[in-house]
Design a protein around this ligand. Structure first.
Ligand code: ATP
Length: 136
């Protein structure tokens, strides 16, 4: 089967690079599946998992905290504020981050801006927990 080059890049540098059969992730507009030959496009992403189907039937997973996906004829580039491969995620750290965010959300007298911040922190933590467990 045909493959396409994928790279996941953050401000700290490249996180993932491979030739894959398919890239799937959540764009703001919904689920997105990119196969080789896909038309060029740019799409904003949600906090979520990027699944990368490899030639050997296995798949890799990367947790991203939003960002953009760009499809060019020869390459898919994902540019994200943060990104971690599943086996590089510190599960304890993510579990602690989830607990902190849940506590903040339970506190009633929060300013709404802090509420949104806590919601996003919770989403990032849950995403990392799911990707570390390869549960998506
Ligand atoms: P925390 O409260 O644990 O710092 P966070 O969601 O606020 O979590 P971010 O601001 O999204 O963290 O990320 C800061 C940096 O730490 C990024 O480089 C990100 O890749 C890394 N990072 C965050 N959480 C984890 C984790 N559980 N395992 C590995 N790297 C992580």
């Amino acid at each position: 089967m045909k493959t396409i080059k994928v790279s996941v890049v953050t401000p700290d540098g490249p996180v993932y690079e491979s030739d894959v059969e398919m890239v799937s992730t959540k764009a703001k507009t919904g689920e997105l599946g990119i196969l080789p030959g896909h038309i060029p496009m740019v799409a904003p992403l949600q906090i979520g998992a990027v699944r990368l189907k490899l030639e050997d039937g296995k798949s890799d997973m990367v947790a991203v905290s939003g960002g953009f996906l760009e499809v060019r004829p020869d390459k898919v580039t994902i540019l994200a504020q943060t990104a971690e491969q599943s086996d590089e995620i510190d599960l304890d750290r993510a579990l602690q981050a989830r607990e902190r965010a849940e506590k903040r959300l339970q506190e009633k007298q929060q300013e709404s801006i802090d509420f949104r911040r806590a919601e996003l922190a919770l989403q990032r933590a849950i995403n990392r927990i799911n990707v570390a467990n390869k549960q998506l």
